[in-house]
Ligand binder design. Structure first.
Ligand code: HEC
Ligand code: HEC
Ligand code: HEC
Ligand code: HEC
Ligand code: HEC
Length: 219
């Protein structure tokens, strides 16, 4: 006995097929998405012992990166600020705030605050801040606009491709040296950036064809 006409049969089969694709496909898609952000960690934040906000301190209060990340111009590492840097202000303002209790405790005991890292490379990759800053590569090229970050998050995928894309064509990333810590930059067009960068490359003798040698980053 035939309950459905043959046409309905095709429709049912099609509906079942769609359902199966949805059931298998959606979780697979979600899994792939998670995998990709899992690998690159872009957009990830970490729970921190103190909810330190770059949006407030840099965006609202206008504190320069170098006030806290003191060695970024002179050495490979940018450094995280020791507790007494926080206390230059927080012994005066927000002195009783419960969120700052771990800061006061760290000051009293001498135990450093243990920040969880969000921007980190594997050990086998060599990176150096000072050379990038010296050439006018701004913090925002690699760390994004931190005035938009109530909690620090990973802005760019620190993959090999990310490094190589710029090393093979650095011109658009070479901005004015005095604006390296500016969180947004000048809002130049791509053409303006490139024209400025090409002048810098000629002046400093930057050679992209040598910047993708393996030994630059794997020493
Ligand atoms: C140059 C002064 C200055 C320094 C240095 C400073 N802060 Fe602040 N902080 C402020 C001001 C001003 C506020 C008031 C909040 C605002 O701007 O909205 C604040 C607010 C806060 C708050 C309250 C939540 C918030 O963001 O509104 C926390 C938590 C905090 N600071 C943590 C720290 C830590 C941790 C350090 C050291 C790494 C630090 N601050 C260094 C000036 C400073
Ligand atoms: C008042 C101090 C202060 C200022 C100013 C400041 N930072 Fe920070 N920064 C911190 C602290 C404290 C941490 C560690 C906690 C966190 O990750 O938010 C940090 C963490 C970071 C990290 C993550 C490092 C990692 O691997 O976990 C980056 C990137 C960073 N800052 C970039 C910047 C840039 C770019 C600027 C300027 C545009 C800036 N910061 C200005 C205090 C500061
Ligand atoms: C060319 C890309 C690039 C630029 C430009 C850059 N950083 Fe970084 N930054 C990185 C990488 C990559 C790491 C991770 C280094 C590691 O784990 O060895 C890092 C790590 C950090 C850290 C964590 C502490 C440390 O030293 O490892 C801070 C803080 C930081 N950067 C702040 C800054 C500030 C402030 C500026 C601008 C003055 C800046 N960075 C410019 C790529 C960059
Ligand atoms: C936005 C552009 C940009 C990005 C992104 C970038 N770099 Fe660079 N890098 C440069 C420039 C420009 C120089 C300086 C080249 C010169 O002066 O010859 C440089 C130089 C270097 C040097 C020093 C080379 C030497 O001869 O001493 C190292 C090491 C380095 N980069 C590693 C990295 C790593 C690792 C990454 C990725 C995590 C990275 N860079 C991402 C632009 C960039
Ligand atoms: C401008 C910097 C830079 C240069 C130049 C560079 N690498 Fe890398 N390399 C990286 C970074 C950053 C990672 C870490 C990637 C990650 O954690 O996802 C990496 C990772 C690797 C890995 C680990 C496996 C992987 O793919 O994640 C190998 C192998 C490697 N690089 C080989 C090379 C070889 C061979 C060359 C020369 C042809 C080279 N690299 C040139 C930055 C660089």
């Amino acid at each position: 006995m035939q309950i459905f006409p043959p046409a309905a049969d095709t429709a049912v089969r099609f509906a079942v097929l769609v359902l199966v694709i949805a059931m298998v496909g959606l979780p697979l898609g979600a899994w792939e998405y998670l995998q990709s952000t899992y690998e690159t960690q872009v957009g990830w934040v970490q729970d921190q012992p103190v909810p330190f906000s770059h949006a407030h301190h840099v965006g609202d209060d206008g504190i320069d990166c170098r006030y806290c990340h003191t060695s970024v111009e002179t050495s490979a590492r940018a450094n995280l600020p020791p507790t007494h840097v926080c206390m230059t202000c927080h012994s005066q303002i927000w002195t009783g705030a419960p969120v700052l209790e771990p800061v006061r405790l760290s000051m009293a005991t001498g135990e450093p605050i243990r920040w969880r890292r969000v921007a980190q490379l594997p050990d086998y990759v060599y990176f150096n801040h000072s050379i990038h800053i010296d050439r006018g590569v701004a913090c925002r090229e690699c760390h994004g606009d931190v005035t938009d970050m109530p909690l620090m998050r990973r802005a760019k995928p620190f993959t090999m491709q990310f490094c190589l894309d710029c090393h093979r064509d650095p011109a658009p990333a070479l901005g004015p040296r005095e604006l390296v810590t500016h969180p947004q930059g000048l809002g130049w067009t791509e053409a303006q950036k490139r024209a400025h960068g090409e002048r810098v490359m000629r002046k400093l003798g930057i050679k992209p064809d040598e910047l993708d040698n393996c030994g630059v980053c794997h020493r």
